[in-house]
Design a binder for this molecule. Sequence first.
Ligand code: 0PR
Length: 365
Amino acid sequence: MHETGISEEELFSFLSLKKREDSNYHHVLSSMCTVPHPVAVRAHQMFIEANLGDPGLFKGTASIEELLVERIGALFHHAGAGGYATSGGTESNLQALRIYAKMKESRRPNVIVPESAHFSFEKACDILHLEMRTVPCDETFRMDTGAMQERIDGNTCCIVGIAGTTEYGVVDPIREVAGIAHDGGVPLHVDAAFGGLVIPFLKKPMPFDFALPGVASIAVDPHKMGMSTIPCGCLVVRDPAWFNLLNVETPYLTVKQECTLAGTRSGGAVVGAFAVLEYLGMSGMKAVVEGCMKNTVRLIEGMETLGYRRAVTPDLNVATFEAGAVPPGWRVSWTRRGHMRTVMMPHVHRDVIEEFLRDVGEMNA
Ligand code: 0PR
């Protein structure tokens, strides 16, 4: 540290310099985060100091967290769902597995996870000492349910399905998986970190939520398609009492027990997430999702016209291609199988796609 502080002007000119090293999202096609909605920014600023880790001090913020969980529960066809706002998909997935590992009380518990799962499950299984049984996917990158069923045994504490895979934007056959889970008495956790705020707003939503009796819990991230500020994820579970399994005593707080992983938690981002859903409503979210889906179709069509085949027809706004190079200045990512991966987030407007297609075309000229 400096002995005496620097001037505000000097500080902020340094920060501006650093800010210029960041991507401004305009040419970012690789991210599942996006520019937050203006109402999220305003709401976050309003609640910037609120710490949900001590909810008795921030009763208003805590009640907004409850409202957020209520809205998401209702959206997922279970108004009585329990839940809380996490720091994102990683924490939601970890906490869900923590619940099921405790429920199972097996000495060698295992979790069944499709190979398409996000790497957060690897972290969760490592932390919780769970055996991770990986299930292959079919040629459309969706979980092979037959192979999944074969892996279930008496020590299986949870099955994981993905509603919107990170790499290919496809949804696992959740109805079928939920049926198998239900029949086998094994809870199904659905990772809808990305898809949870896309699928309900599609013209024809595929089944993935609590309407299916086998679905026990769902991870959904407002800080992805919910356009909230970062960090805001949400874990919702069928029975709120399951969180009691995670409770620890918190003697010196305003509440006496806590089931969350984090102690101190951002109230601002949670209020931001709620603000976007309230402000846009179903029709506003449908419009956002419709735009993202149209852009996905347009990018696939444009790339195929240029000679790049799609890797798969996605269910959601992720487009992947058999392509080896990307024009300079653009950020895309690459899947484990070597496909070019792009995500049509709300900041990827139609003109951005046309600009990208033009640059890809020129790169080939
Ligand atoms: N589950 C799924 C299906 C996800 O796609 C992700 C993250 C997670 C869980 C974990 O969520 P958190 O990162 O919120 O804990 N998916 C993106 C990914 O890994 C996250 C991301 C976002 C990566 C923006 C890069 C980026 O620029 O690709």
